[in-house]
Every structure is written in structure tokens, then in C-alpha cells.
Design a binder for this molecule. Structure first.
Ligand code: FAD
Length: 598
């Protein structure tokens, strides 16, 4: 039976026919691998997703974690799933060998992990946070920190969190107030409160490794004064055993619209609930140098941003497959021109408007999946480059694509979930079907890891102009290469290529005009419109690439790929023209709107 989580056929197409990930094995970093090991991990994650993650997805939504005053209780199935993943030795899928990792390409690891997110985004959230936390510490931590915290995380004994946000400092991390007082022994004591911290309190692991942003008194103001600390739930004794309780106390659980299976907490540091070593303050260990915490944290945030994008895709994908199955089974109405009620009803999948909703979902989720895997492959090129130039190119592309890879699926794969509900009609609005939960779960993705608005400012205010526009130019080169290849194929591929080229050139012209105007305020005021237009043009490029691979091949799968590409170019890409008109005019409607006029 075909899975209703993801399409393995599509994953194979993207990984092998398009991205040729098997060729990565020619690089030293991935030399121990082969297509067989890649397929093995994909199979394993699909099996784990189906057996351990999907079955409790609805239950963990209905039975969210509770706090009994001492302990946070999470349904047993969550730990069983986490343990199954750890026992399969998958936490270190893409980690370095010297850490005990398997050094798989990130592209393959991301594709494999997508099964888990599609099956149960909440339970997989604990894993995503732990892996990203371990990766950050592996990069910037000391040998001792790696031995004490990273290895137990990769072994599945400890879990990890990222603790950035505070009630008064969400989008604006410059306003973080948690403070870290240096101690004579080189450690720090932390005091303050963090808001929204996912996965930060539960009994499912021996320890919880919180990565906390805080300010050392006397440091520079704003983000330049932020440092990064490891603040574990329990102190770890020199022999690695679990020691005293640290002063990290749960102030409360947040009750969410979706993703209810993963704990979301308000955490107090150093409020005196516990007193490690008989003193006040939560014990923290500085990561790297003082005041450079945000730059380290970006390592985790960038990974988490791609992870959020992939989770959005996974939720969109499973919703699409479920609505497709429903549409094939639900008889309702007759063909547009058939008026005779004595003729049998047809399945709703036959109605053009339902096909429109299914095609839109297919275009969004397959486009989003391809975008995420493309970005993951850029990380692999960074990790195991063939030349310094290749590594630099990959870095530029990843820089400019990360806000898109986070935001585009968060917007459009959520739109896919909305359409999945619509395809189900009234049934989609009930809790008997899965799609309403997918929508609620996915609704978080445009909010956390930097809201949509913040991503748009990152793209337009930073990434587009950075290094004298080098990242944008690198993306332009990649788009031009695809256009040239598709033009050489000729026929319909060349027509789509011409359409993409025109959109790209317009985007570049409008971008130059916006900055050339000197009116930075007006340019940035419509950054969200820019992000949307930019994202659609990027995904059109990704669809052109898929069209070219599918071109000339026969069979339903390739026909479907080409039709989805056509849909994207006919129904979606043209939207960007009106958006670019607005941007070009440096429209001031939002700037000039006054609070009093609302
Ligand atoms: C379920 C959930 C899980 C989370 N998990 C974590 C976690 O594990 N760790 C963690 O550290 N944080 C976590 N967060 C916090 C999350 O990253 C923040 O909610 C997010 O960054 C937004 O901050 P805020 O909620 O304070 O909203 P605000 O920053 O107050 O934003 C409110 C609105 O104003 C807009 N806005 C704010 N500033 C600007 C600006 N300068 N320009 C334009 N628009 C602006 C925003 O885009 C948004 O639409 C989580 C949040 C949720 C809801």
C-alpha cells in the first residue's frame, strides 16, 4: 500500500534523478556510503515513521503534556518513538565520524527525517532540536563540552533545546534580559526567564541540554552583548554521571493551537527553586567567546530554519496525499456538462475545481520538498567541497535561500493544508479526519524560528545586498544555467525557461531600482511582498529543473511532474508580476497608514 505520509517515488526522483546524491559518494567525506546505504536509511525512517511516530499523532494532539506540580507528563508513545529512533543510531546520521556519526549527506538525512515530520511533527521536534543543538556544540564547543553533552545527545541519552526568546524579546533578540554572572571557577550563574522554549521540560531523557542566550554584565549593548551558554537541567559529574539538579525551573506550560505533543515552556533560571552547590543561580558554561553568542546561535537557527521549512513541507505533503485519496473515494456530483441525475455520481477527483486544489497542493509540496533538498545539498557541498570556489558558491546560495526555504513552505504548504481541508468538504472540518490537525500543526511554521516578517527583512535588508550583491548574483548564475539547459532542450521546456528568465530579470531590475532610489524605508516597508515574489520565482526555477528531468520520459509519474510544473508557471508565477509592480512603485500605503486610522 502506498504511504500517505510522503511519496518515496518523488523522493527517489529528487534525490537520484535530479540531485544525483549518489555522486556525493565520490567525495572523501561520503566515501563510505553508497546508494544502498542511502536507501537503507530512507527505508528505515519510513518504517519508524509508520510504526512509531504516526500511530500516536492524534493521541498526542488530544492529550497534550501536563504538569503535576513536580513533573511534566508526556504520553508514553512519545518516548517509545524517540527511543526507537535513537536505538536505530539515527541521531548522528549526518554527524562527523569522530563524534560517532554516520557522516551521511545532509540531503539524505533531511529526506529521511521528513518521514518522521510527516508522521508526527511534535514528536520529531524533540529530535530536530537535539540534533541541531548537538551540531552547534560540535562546531563551537570545547572537547570537554562535546564529551559531556554532545555524545550523550547523539546517543539518545540527553535531549536538547534552544532557549532564545523571552517575553519582551521575541523578534528582537537585542532586548534579551537574561544575565550571566561570571564565577571564579570559570562557570557562570544565570538569572532570568525564557519564553516559548520547546522540549525543555519532560522526563523522557536523563538530562536536557538547554542552549541559552544571555548577557554578561558590562558587555556591549544589543545583539553584540549576547553570549551563549550550556545550561543543563542536571549538572553532570566529571565521570559523566548525572549530578545535582540545576536551577532551571518550569514556570508553566504553554497551551498551543497545534504541535501539542511537544512541550512548550516558560523557564526560570536562577529563581531559587533549586540551589546547585548551595548557591543561587543556574550554572551555565560559556560556549566559545563572550559576546559572540548570536553568531554561534545562527548555526543552530539556520539549521532549524531549514528544518522548519522541511517540517512545513512534510505536513503539506501528508495533507496532500490524504486529500488525494479522499478525492478518489468520495463520489459527489456529475461531470460539468452531464445533467442527468440517473447517471452515477463521479469521484470528486474528476471535478476540475478539485483537480485545481490538488494540483496546487502538488505544486506547493513537491516544489517545497525540492527546494529543501536543494538547500540540504548545498550544505553537503560546503562540508565536502571539491574546491574552495565550490564551497564559496554553496555558501552564497545557502545564505540567500535560507529565508526562502524557511518561509516559502511555511506559507504555501500551509496553504496546501488549507486546500486539503477544502477538498474534504465538511469532513475536513472535523477531528475525525487528519487534515485539520495538519493545518493547526503547520500554522506554527510562519511564526517560530523568525517570523515571516523577520525573514523578509533578512532577505531584502541583508541577504540580497550582502557582499556587494554576491549572493544574489550567485543565485542569478544558477537560474541562468537552468534557463540555458532548458532552452537547449527546446519545446515546452524552452517556453518555461523564457518565462522564468523574464521573471528573474524583472526581479533583479526591481531590486536594483528599490535600492537605487535611496529610499530604504520605502524599500523595506514591503519586504513581505518581496519575499513572496522572490520565493515564487525561486520555486518556479526549481520546477523548471524538475520539468527538464521529467521531459521526454513517459509514465504517469513524469506526466504528473510536467503537469504540476505547468500549473506553477500558469497559475502561480504570474502573481509575481503584480507584486513586482507594487515593489517598483515604492508604494508607501503601509508606511503612511496611521495607528489612529485603524
Ligand atoms: C509554539 C512555539 C514554539 C517556539 N519554540 C521556541 C524555542 O524552542 N526556542 C525559542 O527561543 N523560541 C521559541 N519560540 C519563539 C518564537 O521564535 C517567537 O514566538 C518568534 O520569534 C516571534 O516572537 P514573539 O512571539 O515575541 O512575537 P513578536 O516579536 O512580538 O512579533 C509579533 C508580530 O510583530 C512582527 N514584528 C516584530 N518585530 C518586527 C519588526 N522589527 N519588523 C516587522 N515586523 C515585526 C512579527 O513579524 C509578528 O508578526 C516558539 C514560539 C512558539 C509559538
Amino acid at each position: 500500500m502506498k504511504s500517505l505520509l510522503l511519496s518515496r517515488r518523488d523522493l527517489d526522483f529528487l534525490l537520484y534523478e535530479w540531485l544525483h546524491v549518489d555522486e556525493l559518494t565520490k567525495r572523501q567525506r561520503f566515501a563510505d556510503h553508497s546508494r544502498e546505504t542511502f536507501d537503507g536509511v530512507l527505508d528505515l525512517c519510513e518504517q519508524l515513521a509508520t510504526r512509531y511516530f504516526a500511530p500516536h499523532n492524534k493521541k498526542s494532539d488530544a492529550s497534550e503534556p501536563t504538569f503535576d506540580g513536580t513533573r511534566v507528563i508526556v504520553i508514553d508513545e512519545v518516548k517509545e518513538a524517540l527511543d526507537a529512533f535513537a536505538q536505530a543510531d539515527l541521531l548522528g546520521m549526518s554527524a562527523d565520524e569522530h563524534l560517532g556519526g554516520a557522516q551521511l549527506p545532509v540531503t539524505v538525512a533531511q529526506a529521511a527525517f521528513a518521514w518522521l515530520a510527516a508522521a508526527n511533527v511534535s514528536t520529531s521536534g524533540y529530535l530536530m532540536l537535539t540534533i541541531a543543538n548537538a551540531n552547534l556544540l560540535a562546531e563551537f564547543g570545547t572537547d570537554e563540552q562535546i564529551a559531556t553533552f554532545v555524545k550523550p545527545m547523539l546517543a539518545g541519552r540527553f535531549t536538547g533545546t534552544m532557549a532564545l526568546s523571552e517575553t519582551q524579546a521575541g523578534s528582537s533578540l537585542a532586548d534579551v534580559l537574561t544575565r550571566a554572572e561570571p564565577q571564579a571557577d570559570g562557570t557562570y550563574r544565570l538569572f532570568g526567564s525564557k519564553m516559548w522554549i520547546s522540549g525543555a521540560e519532560h522526563e523522557m531523557s536523563e538530562n536536557i541540554v538547554n542552549l541559552v542566550l544571555a548577557k554578561i554584565p558590562g558587555g556591549p549593548a544589543g545583539t553584540k552583548g549576547i553570549s551563549l551558554f550550556i545550561v543543563p537541567k542536571f549538572l553532570v559529574d566529571p565521570d559523566g554521571s548525572i549530578g545535582e539538579r540545576n536551577d532551571v525551573a518550569l514556570a508553566g506550560l504553554n497551551h498551543k493551537m497545534g504541535q501539542r505533543g511537544v512541550t512548550n515552556t516558560v523557564l526560570n533560571f536562577g529563581d531559587g527553586t533549586f540551589s546547585p552547590g548551595g548557591e543561587t543561580g543556574a550554572v551555565g558554561y560559556l560556549v566559545g567567546e563572550p559576546h559572540r553568542g548570536l553568531s554561534y546561535m545562527f548555526h543552530m537557527m539556520n539549521e532549524a530554519r531549514l528544518g522548519v521549512g522541511m517540517a512545513a513541507v512534510a505536513l503539506g505533503y501528508t495533507g496532500y496525499l490524504k486529500s488525494l485519496q479522499y478525492a478518489r473515494e468520495r463520489p459527489q456530483g456529475r461531470p460539468l456538462t452531464a445533467k442527468d441525475p440517473s447517471t452515477p455520481q463521479i469521484a470528486i477527483v474528476e471535478h476540475p475545481d478539485v483537480k485545481r486544489m490538488l494540483l496546487a497542493q502538488k505544486a506547493y509540496v513537491e516544489g517545497g520538498l525540492a527546494l529543501e533538498l536543494y538547500c540540504a545539498r548545498l550544505i553537503d557541498l560546503q562540508h565536502g567541497p571539491e574546491s574552495a570556489e565550490e564551497s564559496e558558491q554553496a555558501t552564497h546560495l545557502l545564505d540567500i535561500l535560507t529565508p526562502v526555504a524557511k518561509s516559502w513552505p511555511s506559507q504555501w504548504c500551509l496553504a496546501a493544508n488549507d486546500l486539503a481541508i477544502q477538498v474534504h468538504g465538511g469532513y475536513g472540518y472535523t477531528r475525525e479526519y487528519d487534515v485539520e490537525q495538519h493545518y493547526r500543526d503547520n500554522r506554527l511554521n510562519p511564526i517560530h524560528e523568525g517570523t515571516h516578517g523577520i525573514q523578509s527583512l533578512d532577505l531584502l535588508g541583508r541577504k540580497v545586498t550582502q557582499h556587494g550583491g554576491a549572493s544574489l548574483a550567485e543565485l542569478g548564475k544558477a537560474v541562468s544555467a537552468s534557463v540555458a539547459e532548458a532552452s537547449a532542450v527546446g519545446g515546452e521546456a524552452a517556453e518555461l525557461a523564457a518565462q522564468l528568465q523574464a521573471s528573474w530579470e524583472r526581479l533583479v531590475t526591481v531590486t536594483a531600482g528599490m535600492f537605487g532610489s535611496g529610499d530604504v524605508e520605502a524599500a523595506l516597508a514591503n519586504s513581505a511582498v518581496y519575499l513572496e515574489a522572490f520565493g515564487h520565482i525561486v520555486v518556479a526555477w526549481i520546477w523548471l529543473e524538475q520539468f527538464v528531468v521529467a521531459d521526454g520520459r513517459s509514465g504517469d509519474f513524469y506526466d504528473g511532474k510536467r503537469q504540476a510544473a505547468r500549473f506553477f508557471f500558469r497559475y502561480e508565477l504570474p502573481r509575481t508580476a503584480a507584486q513586482l509592480d507594487l515593489l517598483e512603485s515604492l508604494d508607501r500605503t503601509t508606511l503612511e497608514m496611521r495607528d489612529d486610522w485603524f
